[in-house]
Design a protein around this ligand. Structure first.
Ligand code: GDP
Ligand code: MG
Length: 370
């Protein structure tokens, strides 16, 4: 059944909760501000206080967010968004760090990149590439679980001295399930016991056939340590992404996904958002999951203040009233009232789900004790 807390109801009407409590008292009901009342009672109270009531259904709230595709003629090319996956210790972090350093020379102010969960580099062929830098599988799975498709391409790192391992297989399965093309990066070829050919044949068992074995999966042998062939990897990524013909409409209200979020002591809630279509501007009213805010500042991965951010750009967004969660979808809405409507609705849904879970938990005490 639909319910609302007295605090929420007061908030939405900009009335004082004590007045609502007093009205309920007159009807013989004793309540405190955190109590939940049913929708019919809430409606009676609201009407009595002179408010027009419109009950909101899910379709009303979520409508217009995310699902309307842009007309072809509005689409413009955008940078590919790449996730690096692979078995532990095969060199994911080393590769991400090495790639990040490939072009700090780009003359951009700030220079020193900061870890915001994603960054952009320019490939030797001139195209921009966005890397998601957040700890691999967990984030990828969390985002997929929420239906957020953020990655265009997976770089599968396999250490040439260790070959295919359990998390390599897991990564292959993730990429296949998400229908995201893969590029195989055979890493650590600087090691004396590197056996890149074994990696290639081992991969065949998992239906990954690299080009040099007659398949259509691009591969590159490289070393994150010495930097050998890192430029080639960037070139391959750009070539592969050109085949994917990635496009987005930059001229619309921004939409994207939260890559990382935290509560910063000085700056308040900070969310790294990957913009997926449209352009985000400072001053925009933005909703992420059950949080919203007015964009106070946008910061690039180099720590530079930006006035706006277009498709495939990762940005740190300041100005949220609460901390959203990684994987939350982000959308700009027309005004604060709309932002409140959506986030109130979603927080309510979230609380109901949690309550249901707690309820279910109680029933399974026996399970918990075994
Ligand atoms: P991750 O667990 O996949 O993120 O792997 P790391 O990037 O942390 O690398 C694991 C270990 O392998 C570290 O000691 C790295 O220094 C080392 N390593 C990574 N790439 C290379 C490489 O290309 N050559 C060599 N020799 N060592 C590497
Ligand atoms: Mg790592």
């Amino acid at each position: 059944p639909e319910t609302i807390t007295i605090a929420d109801l007061a908030n939405r009407m900009s009335e004082r909760a004590v007045d609502i409590i007093r009205m309920l008292m007159k009807q013989g009901q004793m309540h405190k501000i955190t109590d939940v009342i049913d929708a019919d009672t809430a409606q009676l109270i609201a009407e009595e206080l002179g408010h027009a009531v419109r009950r909101v259904a899910e379709s009303d709230v979520e409508e217009g967010l995310f699902d309307i595709p842009d007309a072809d003629e509005l689409l413009q090319p955008r940078a590919p968004v790449v996730t690096i996956m692979g078995h532990v210790d095969h060199g994911k972090t080393s590769l991400l760090d090495a790639l990040r350093k490939t072009n700090v020379v780009s003359g951009e102010a700030g220079g020193i990149t900061q870890h915001i969960g994603a960054y952009q580099v320019v490939s030797p062929l001139g195209g921009k590439i966005t890397f998601i830098d957040t700890p691999g599988h967990a984030a990828f799975t969390a985002m997929r679980a929420r239906g957020a498709k953020v990655t265009d391409l997976v770089v599968l790192v396999v250490a040439a001295n260790d070959s295919v391992m359990p998390q390599t297989i897991e990564a292959i399965n993730h990429a296949k399930a998400a229908k995201v093309p893969m590029i195989v990066a055979i890493n650590k070829i600087d090691l004396p016991d590197a056996r890149p050919e074994k990696v290639k044949t081992d991969l065949l068992q998992y239906e990954v056939q690299v080009e040099s074995l007659g398949g259509d999966v691009l591969e590159i042998e490289l070393s994150a340590k010495t930097g050998q062939n890192l430029d080639k990897l960037l070139e391959l990524i750009q070539l592969q992404s050109e085949l994917l013909d990635l496009k987005a409409n930059p001229d619309r209200l921004a939409e994207g996904t939260v890559i990382e979020a935290k509560l910063d002591r000085g700056r308040g809630p900070v969310a790294t958002v990957l913009i997926q279509r449209g352009t985000l501007h400072t001053g925009d009213i933005v909703v992420a999951g059950s949080e919203w805010g007015r964009v106070r500042a946008l910061l690039s991965d180099k720590g530079t203040q930006l006035a706006d951010a277009g498709p495939s750009t990762p940005v740190e967004v300041l100005g949220f009233n609460g901390t959203p969660e990684a994987g939350d979808r982000v959308a700009v809405v027309e005004n604060e009232a709309r932002a409140r409507e959506i986030t109130d609705y979603r927080s309510h849904q979230k609380r109901e789900k949690q309550a249901a879970r707690v309820g279910a938990g109680r029933g399974s005490l026996a399970d918990m004790m075994t």
